[in-house]
Design a binder for this molecule. Structure first.
Ligand SMILES: Cc1cc2nc3c(=O)[nH]c(=O)nc-3n(C[C@H](O)[C@H](O)[C@H](O)COP(=O)(O)OP(=O)(O)OC[C@H]3O[C@@H](n4cnc5c(N)ncnc54)[C@H](O)[C@@H]3O)c2cc1C
Length: 301
């Protein structure tokens, strides 16, 4: 085991983790970030809706943040995968995949989420390019184009209603029998949104750009982009193995100060919030940094 004891070890060195490290490093805390660089937006060519970096490449935003952090001798970042965290009294022992064992007073999970691709041929290839999860991130780039929404039931209705703000040339694909209510179907039709219930068998695409949705009845529907919300899972189950509670939606449960249900363990970013966006991850990471520092001050003062 390393003799160095960190004040805080941050697992995950993307937007939330790096923002937390900045607040903590500037609070004179000895911080270690461990990251294996698999952020959820890795495949996205550009990132939008984050002030001062609108349209920047996702990795370039993180790279700038890492350059800024390099200025602080209080903050260290290493490439690696954390495989185990164990509580040892009022401290934590952290083990990495290359068998390093490290000690820390507080742990922050900024580990993000993993999106689960549906079994539709061509979907995974187009994801992050022409299959879009969020209109605030990528809606402006396809506004007034011929768009599809994948969804059904209440979620599908709400998503189609939202995307209608960006394009009136919109079709909702329920990929099987509609579970929309009669009122919802009527409302969509009133707004010119067609509903197609036929099963989707694949996507026709070129260079990750979708061209058409292929249906089981042999028809094809040309589209410029598809909006889809896919299921997700936590990037790592270490928080659960430590005893951290999850919410019903599958996020790590935290209070208003980013503390999980296990004392000394914090979480920030996508892993705690349905509002997925870089700005939110940065804000949440900053808040985690501030409140972890406050907890350390309160314990020592
Ligand atoms: C396709 C796509 C496009 C998007 N486009 C935009 C956009 O245009 N604008 C916008 O604002 N938002 C966008 N988002 C949302 C945005 O990417 C996320 O909100 C943001 O990345 C969340 O940051 P985070 O730090 O919480 O998690 P992530 O960025 O996902 O990073 C988590 C980090 O933790 C690391 N990690 C996980 N487990 C371990 C472990 N055990 N050991 C070490 N490291 C670990 C991962 O490798 C990763 O580097 C997009 C999301 C997707 C999926």
């Amino acid at each position: 085991m390393s003799d160095i004891k960190y004040d805080v070890i941050i697992i995950g060195g993307s937007y939330a983790g790096l923002a937390a490290a900045l607040a903590l490093g500037r609070s004179l805390r000895k911080v270690l970030i461990i990251d294996n660089w698999e952020p959820c937006n890795k495949k996205a060519p550009h990132s939008h809706n984050f002030l001062t970096n609108d349209g920047e490449k996702p990795a370039a935003i993180a790279f700038k943040a890492r350059q800024e952090l390099a200025f602080y001798e209080t903050v260290k970042l290493i490439a690696g995968t954390v495989v185990k965290v164990t509580q040892k009294g009022d401290q934590f022992e952290i083990v990495t995949a290359d068998a390093q064992t490290l000690r820390t007073q507080k742990v922050l999970f900024a580990t993000g989420l993993k999106d689960i691709m549906p079994a539709i041929p061509g979907f995974a290839e187009c994801w992050a390019n022409s299959i879009i999860h969020c209109p605030y991130c990528h809606g402006y780039e396809v506004y007034q184009e011929k768009l599809a929404v994948f969804g059904n039931g209440d979620d599908g209705f709400e998503f189609a209603k939202l995307i209608h703000n960006w394009s009136k040339d919109l079709t909702l694909f329920t990929n099987g029998a509609s579970t929309l209510s009669h009122v919802q179907e009527q409302k969509l039709q009133e707004h010119g949104i067609s509903i197609i219930q036929t099963k989707i068998i694949g996507l026709d695409s070129v260079n990750n750009q979708v061209r058409a949705i292929q249906l089981a009845d042999g028809t094809e529907h040309t589209v410029q982009a598809i909006f889809a919300r896919v299921p997700f899972e936590q990037h790592t189950n270490i928080p659960q193995s430590l005893g951290c509670a999850l919410t019903i939606s599958g996020h790590i449960e935290t209070d208003n100060f980013c503390a999980t249900t296990i004392p000394g363990v914090y979480a920030a970013g996508d892993n705690t919030s349905p509002l997925r966006g870089v700005a939110n991850a940065v804000a949440n990471g900053t808040m985690a940094g501030v409140f972890i520092n406050k907890a350390l001050i309160d314990e020592a003062f």
